[in-house]
Ligand binder design. Sequence first.
Ligand SMILES: [Zn+2]
Length: 216
Amino acid sequence: MVAIDVGHSMAAPGAISARGMGEFDFNRALALVIDDALRGAGYRTILIAAEGRTQDLVSRPRQAAAAQADFFIAVHHDSAKARFQQDWIHEGRGRKFLDDRFRGFSIFVSRNNAQWPQALRCASAIGARLIALGRRPSRYHADPWLGSSREFADEANGVHFYDNLAVLRHATMPALLLEAGVIVNRDEELMLLRDDVRQATARAIRAGIADCGYQG
Ligand SMILES: [Zn+2]
């Protein structure tokens, strides 16, 4: 049983993409494709917060525990600090974008979750599968200026420690958070909107979950 948590909500949608879409919509679209891919491979799943009205973080891992989930994945899309966001006009509206220093996926695990070693195995496996697709890890979260000096847990596969992430540290099962890509990067936003890209991402996640020991 895999819990798939849709990051943010309709009222508080997270990052705003270079073309003005809320992160929540990206998260939900990808989570639904991941859900299909896992179910198609024989996994049981629970989608959390897909209705868009879940405002808190603690109820998400609690719902996963109630469903006896063996593994928890929070689905997000990325941004970066406001001081790196530049102005442009898209379809007549002023929008913000990030340059190519900010692109790629990142995966986070929390050492305040007792099951973090297993979460890290899965994070490394999923990162390796994404790299095999030709995707690159973003590196800016580890940078003190561009990011927040976020320590690498597995640098080659784009995995960081983020010990205080509430949704991970409150989980009782191995849990990770995936930033699938940077939606404030204009080129990456267009890639992340593509259905074939979402399908490939979902297959990589399914394969990574199998690699770290969960069979459907
Ligand atoms: Zn997010």
